[in-house]
Design a protein around this ligand. Structure first.
Ligand SMILES: Cc1cc2nc3c(=O)[nH]c(=O)nc-3n(C[C@H](O)[C@H](O)[C@H](O)COP(=O)(O)OP(=O)(O)OC[C@H]3O[C@@H](n4cnc5c(N)ncnc54)[C@H](O)[C@@H]3O)c2cc1C
Length: 394
């Protein structure tokens, strides 16, 4: 029993926030092409190369990219719809796609024209990318890094190692943060550059969001042309924050997809399972569980689509994106837990999907900005709204 139960009126349960036709096409595609692969991807912990290439061919990797760069030129609400629907079937495919969007957003927002022309059109052809910030000693705090870059004879030379890199097993290009003389800076590094290698470290396998091992990526004296510095030297943390403001909204959409899948799985079960001469769904106590879950998912959906809308208007994007990811990730974990409970022993079976939902949901309370860091961002956005001056300057 999975989310593919056709008796459920999905269009009414989860109304579209963008054109209904767009969402209907997406739902059909995801049910046909991604859902049948979801368990295998999770169990084998493999990167879904073919699916990612197919998503790109259909324009789902380049929803917001300008048409003159090969993109669809749609708004971020459409991108949110893509991530939500994909993650109903497979959050692992969602995180594979999000690393493509992260690299694309960085290049689109900050790179010079030559780099934009080199890489942006390639996304429509299925370019696979990773976004590499984290190191062994630097996770949430990326203001200092052990990966260093220095200018030598007009070229950048990169030395260091990144950890926990999603999609790292398949990436053809890495967008990385490295420390230069002027501070943290961003670089685009082709996978085939001399000195780039990947390996599976002792911490590469996670229990959730399993889209292939989260790789260690080594840069050993990698030489890059000067234009592979993305944006301004020393402004990397600010640029990374901009990218995260975008990807957090899309991560929220992935969590929504997980929550919806868990909700639907439990709904199917409770509708069909009989106990004490009635359907489990007829017990008022069980209906209250569903009422709570549905209200929470609806609330999270409103936050995610509001945040996606704000990415177009540039209005308070750090706050809305953080609220969206924080709420959606917590809702996904709570709904996955509750859904398993409603399904009794079936909810706990290895061949039921609830374990995957729960593992993926929990992992997304950490990946892409932990809940604590999101709360810091929301709290910080409150300061100017409260009329507060920086600490010590009151
Ligand atoms: C599934 C998965 C995929 C990932 N993919 C990538 C990737 O593709 N690219 C990449 O660069 N990284 C990736 N990461 C790494 C991820 O970004 C980091 O795990 C995350 O930023 C947290 O860093 P950390 O694990 O080092 O925890 P730490 O930063 O060491 O934090 C430990 C704990 O302290 C809390 N904490 C830290 N600072 C504060 C603070 N100021 N206030 C309150 N609490 C705080 C954290 O929330 C956490 O609970 C991935 C992680 C996971 C789990």
């Amino acid at each position: 029993m999975t989310h593919s139960d056709d008796a459920i009126d999905r269009a009414a349960l989860w109304p579209a926030y963008v054109d209904e036709d767009y969402v209907r096409t997406l739902r059909d595609y995801v049910a046909r092409s991604i859902a049948p692969e979801a368990d295998r991807i999770d169990r084998q912990d493999v990167y879904p190369v073919e699916i990612l290439k197919d998503l790109a061919a259909r324009g789902y990797s380049t929803v917001v990219l300008e048409p003159d760069m090969g993109g669809q030129g749609l708004d971020y609400r459409h991108a949110a719809a893509v991530f939500e629907e994909v993650a109903v079937a497979s959050a692992a495919v969602g995180v594979s796609l999000i690393t493509v969007y992260q690299a694309q957003t960085m290049i689109r927002s900050f790179a010079c024209d030559s780099l934009k022309r080199r890489y942006l059109p390639a996304f429509a052809q299925g370019l696979l990318t990773s976004y590499a910030l984290t190191e062994a000693a630097h996770g949430s705090d990326i203001r200092r890094l052990d990966t260093k870059a220095r200018l030598e004879g007009g070229q950048w030379v990169i030395q260091g190692e990144k950890h926990f890199i999603t999609s790292g097993s398949a990436a053809e290009m890495f967008v990385i943060l490295a420390e230069t003389e002027r501070g943290v800076s961003v670089f685009a590094v082709p996978r085939d550059a001399a000195g780039v290698s990947i390996y599976e470290g002792p911490n590469s396998a996670t229990f959730g969001l399993r889209n292939g091992p989260h790789m260690n990526v080594v840069f050993d004296g990698v030489r890059l042309p000067a234009d592979h510095l993305v944006g301004e030297e020393g402004k990397g943390v600010r640029q990374a924050a901009t990218v995260l403001n975008h990807s957090r909204t899309l991560a929220g959409a992935i969590s929504l997809g997980i929550a919806r899948a868990a909700f639907e799985g439990a709904l199917s079960f409770a509708r069909d399972r009989v106990a004490f001469d009635q359907r489990v769904l007829q017990f008022q106590g069980i209906q209250w569980y569903f009422a709570d879950m549905l209200t929470e998912i609806d609330a999270a959906r409103l936050l995610v689509y509001r945040a996606a809308g704000a990415l177009g208007s540039k209005d308070q994007i750090a706050r809305w994106g953080s609220e969206a990811k924080l709420k959606a990730s917590m809702v996904a974990t709570a709904v996955a837990t509750q859904a398993a409970q409603i399904c009794g022993a079936y909810g706990i079976m290895e061949n039921a999907p609830f374990g995957r939902y729960l593992r993926d949901a929990k992992a997304y309370e950490i990946a892409g900005g932990s809940n604590e860091i999101l709360k810091n961002t929301i709290g910080k956005s409150l300061m100017p709204l409260a009329g507060a001056t920086p600490a010590g300057k009151a």
